[in-house]
Ligand binder design. Structure first.
Ligand SMILES: [Cu+2]
Length: 150
């Protein structure tokens, strides 16, 4: 029997520097939650991987002061919107967002006309002293639903 040696040459393409990834679980324990609810040190090119584990939620950027509900498509430059991700029935959808900038972003859920948002379903990316998770959460809980966004 004759054996031959196969030498595989793997071409390594020049890849852009890969950013860090931050994992966020959406709806853990059937709650209206992002876990963790705060991410710090995220920069442009980093990714956030949202895993939706219950109900039907979105992860959508919104405003700090009037967050509920987030606008479809996400708020402002660098904003994002995963769209509705339905975990009812056991499938756990995953949505990966690449951050376009290194700024502060306020994230909530668009479901139920802002009711999930008002229940405190919030996430802050790169919070600051003034624009903290606690302050954003308070705005969400106090926010009259923005009917012009429905
Ligand atoms: Cu939701």
């Amino acid at each position: 029997m004759r054996f031959s040696t196969v030498v595989a040459t793997v071409a390594v393409a020049a890849l852009p520097a890969l950013g860090a990834n931050f994992d966020v679980t959406v709806g853990a324990s059937n709650g209206f939650t992002f876990t963790p609810s705060s991410i710090s040190g995220a920069v442009a090119g980093d990714t956030v991987t949202f895993t939706f584990v219950s109900r039907n939620h979105t992860a959508t950027t919104t405003t700090f002061t009037n967050p509920c509900p987030p606008p479809a498509g996400g708020e402002g430059p660098g904003g994002f919107d995963t769209g509705f991700q339905n975990a009812v029935g056991g499938v756990q959808p995953v949505s990966v967002v690449t951050l376009a900038d290194s700024g502060t972003h306020f994230v909530s859920c668009r479901q139920a006309a802002g009711a999930h948002c008002q229940a405190g379903m919030v996430l802050v990316i790169n919070p600051t002293e003034d624009q903290s998770l606690a302050a954003f959460t308070q705005h969400a809980r106090n926010d009259p639903i923005q009917t012009d966004r429905l």
